[in-house]
Design a protein around this ligand. Structure first.
Ligand code: SF4
Length: 693
């Protein structure tokens, strides 16, 4: 415990993209008291079960406390020299694209900024991607195609102001619990407000809805094609489309044959329920459509996003209170990563790889060697590693051997990679076991910086504990390696505040209102005392964008895209459709939530949700063990027989790892299929065999 014992620190929760404010008070006995921050505009004092249990996750058990080379503890200098040498040697011998960084939505914005700058401005390669690719890359692509920028138009307050909230592929009650609490509290005050849940499973979120549409896996485009067709037939909102958009005629042409009967056939939803949903949408001015991984994690994820946005643009339901398409991000700082350019296809500060932007960012950074083109996206990156093209990789704060699709192949790729560096808070992860160098990273509670939540709100994450052992922040490690690679002048940082200042200056550099991401106005206040603030901030924060119908395309008009529903997924005889996702009380690969008995009590072991008809047909009894298999990989989990699941489909949570129960490592079964537009893996549509164990 630091000198600050007895002092309460304002910080933010390290889990989901709601980004709740947390008050953390270190106590004299070494414990930490956690409470929701009543003044944080994301949660106003609320916390969910995970957030409330944060104080129970801070033990040093399993912590990585010292740098290691090949399993031997070494001094920091030795480890950093070694990493710099090996990266420099690989670049010299095989070129800039032979090295890579794979980061995480758990990194703070300052960590992300320095890593991105090193790769894209000094190594000269854009081979820096992140587990955020698995989370919201399809939303990024959809936003950019529609708005000309990766902009979330609205905010959490809009969900409370709406008269109709549509949740698509989002189990908000479990995956973004505090936002769901806010929604349900608003509905309690205004019972006429309607909630529609579009999900193949009857989730807890569906229990709280006025209408549940149990859609067939990947039926979302057909559902929203039908809605656009319905809106067009009634000419709803066409004035807005004419004034502020391009492409509406082609978009409507693409869906012209999608009447109720055809949508019902493609989605498996009863015509009566479709009709109810469509009439509610058409008859309600204030509609917010919230979407998450059920939309994004698909081979057609970007088209799904644009099919949703098309309906909002066509009907003008955007840019005003209580309306708009709204993407909720899975991770605490997926948005911050997007802002600095921490994805292989983005340059920096929401700029792309255009000649102008490359020149602008290069001048700002004083770059040594600017990357000229997008780099490898997550799945492609590990494919390139398997093919021997990546000679050195640095993995920061994530466990791809568990979380990537076809995870065994990722493990095999890392085994063959000549040099693997892992910086993490945890000593033994499935990925750390394959590292040549382990660097102890300061985790939540010890690190200092900023994060951005799903409503574009930048908040400070502040430390309240001294770093354990020799743990250091990621930005510090990257800075030290950059200096050792010969780039000391461009990496002068001694604090996260200095990095944030540079990031903010870059966002405003030669901007003049042309780019959405501009936080140069945030510099007026102090970094240490910064209040949670929504960007853009040129002079004042911006709660809602596109109010005037102006977008970030060259002509200022948004784009509707002609999106025709794809053919239905071919069902393979003898196989069930595998859907993966989260449970309420665990986070990612459980390195933190796995430490508390209270959270583990919700689900103590990995399981498969299976419909009673399938269970009966396959001879699977309640609570028996079940083997799921695909392509020679298998997982063994407990059967949870439930009518919440649709026949022909199963659901398995993605949290369990080789460290906790090797049998539940479900992402080993997921096919490495990606959305070609966004590069996001289709984590919800593999087919598996299912049988008693
Ligand atoms: Fe943390 Fe998300 Fe729960 Fe808020 S809703 S306390 S950010 S996990």
């Amino acid at each position: 415990v630091t000198d600050s014992a007895q002092k309460t620190v304002r910080t933010t929760c390290p889990y989901c993209g709601v980004g709740c404010g947390v008050l953390a008070r270190p106590e004299a006995d070494g414990s930490v008291t956690i409470a929701g921050d009543p003044d944080h505009p994301a949660n106003f004092g609320r916390l969910c079960s995970k957030g409330a249990a944060l104080g129970e996750t801070l033990s040093l058990r399993d912590r990585l406390l010292h740098p290691q080379i090949e399993g031997q503890e070494v001094r920091w200098d030795e480890a950093l020299d070694f990493v710099a040498e090996r990266f420099t040697a690989a670049i010299r011998q095989f070129g800039p694209d032979s090295v890579a960084i794979y980061g995480s939505g758990q990194l703070l914005t300052e960590d992300y900024y320095v890593a991105n700058k090193l790769m894209k401005g000094f190594v000269g390669s854009a081979n820096i991607d992140t587990n955020s690719r698995l989370c919201m890359a399809s939303s990024v692509a959809g936003h950019k195609r529609a708005f000309g920028s990766d902009t979330v138009p609205g905010n959490y307050r809009d969900l409370e102001l709406a008269d109709l909230v549509v949740l698509v592929g989002s189990n908000l009650a479990w995956c973004h619990p505090v936002l769901h609490q806010r929604l349900m509290a608003a509905k309690a005050v205004r019972p006429d407000m309607r909630i529609v849940v579009v999900d193949p499973r009857r989730t807890v979120s569906a229990d709280g809805a006025d209408l549940h549409l149990p859609i067939r896996a990947d039926g979302d485009i057909a559902l929203f094609a039908g809605l656009l067709q319905h809106l067009a037939t009634r000419d709803s909102g066409s004035d807005y489309a004419a004034a502020h958009t391009l492409g509406s005629q082609a978009a409507i042409l693409a869906v012209r044959n999608w009447d109720l009967a055809r949508v019902a056939e493609a989605t498996g939803i009863a015509e009566r329920d479709l009709s109810t949903f469509y009439s509610w949408f058409v008859g309600t001015e204030n509609v917010v459509t919230v979407y998450s991984q059920g939309v994004n994690q698909s081979a057609t994820g970007s088209d799904k996003v644009n099919a949703i946005i098309n309906c909002h643009l066509y009907s003008g339901r955007i840019g005003r209170p209580g309306m708009g398409p709204f993407s909720v991000t899975g991770q605490p700082n997926a948005m911050g990563g997007r802002e600095v350019g921490g994805l292989a296809n983005m340059l920096a500060a929401h700029m792309d790889f255009t000649p102008d932007a490359i020149d602008r960012v290069g001048r700002f950074w004083g770059a040594k060697r600017m990357a000229q083109k997008p780099g490898l996206r997550a799945v492609e990156l590990f494919d390139a590693m398997a093919a021997g093209r990546i000679k050195a990789v640095w993995i920061m704060g994530t466990n791809p051997v568990v979380s990537m699709p076809d995870a065994d192949r990722v493990r095999d790729a890392l085994k063959t990679c000549p040099f693997v560096v892992v910086s993490d808070m945890t000593a033994r992860t499935d990925t750390a076991e394959l590292a040549h160098v382990l660097l102890p990273a300061a985790p939540w509670g010890e690190k200092d910086g900023t994060v951005t939540n799903s409503e574009r709100r930048i908040s400070r994450q502040r430390p309240f504990l001294a770093p354990a052992g020799e743990a250091r922040p990621d930005w510090w490690m990257i800075t030290e390696v950059a200096r050792r690679m010969g780039f000391a002048k461009a990496f002068p940082y001694n604090s996260p505040g200095e990095i944030f200042r540079e990031h903010a200056l870059l966002s405003g550099f030669e901007n003049g209102g042309k780019r959405d991401f501009d936080i140069s106005g945030l510099l007026a206040g102090g970094y240490e005392t910064m209040d949670p603030t929504q960007w853009p901030v040129r002079e004042t924060p911006t709660a809602r964008l596109f109010a005037g119908g102006e977008f970030y395309t060259p002509d200022g008009k948004a784009r509707l895209l002609p999106i025709t529903p794809p053919p239905p997924i071919t069902r393979v005889p003898g196989r069930l459709m595998l859907n993966t996702g989260r449970v309420r009380d665990h986070w990612h690969t459980m390195t933190r939530t796995g430490k508390t008995a209270r959270l583990s009590a919700h689900f103590a072991e990995p399981f498969v949700e299976i419909h009673p008809e399938d269970a009966r047909r396959l001879g699977i009894r309640k609570a028996s063990l079940v083997r799921l298999a695909r392509g020679g990989r298998e997982a063994v989990v407990r059967a949870l027989v439930t009518e919440r699941q649709q026949p022909g489909n199963v659901f398995v949570p993605m949290h369990w790892t080789g460290q906790f129960a090797s049998s539940g490592r479900v992402d080993a079964l997921v096919a490495p299929q990606i959305d070609p537009v966004s590069g996001q893996p289709a984590l919800k549509m593999s087919t598996v065999t299912v049988e008693p164990w």
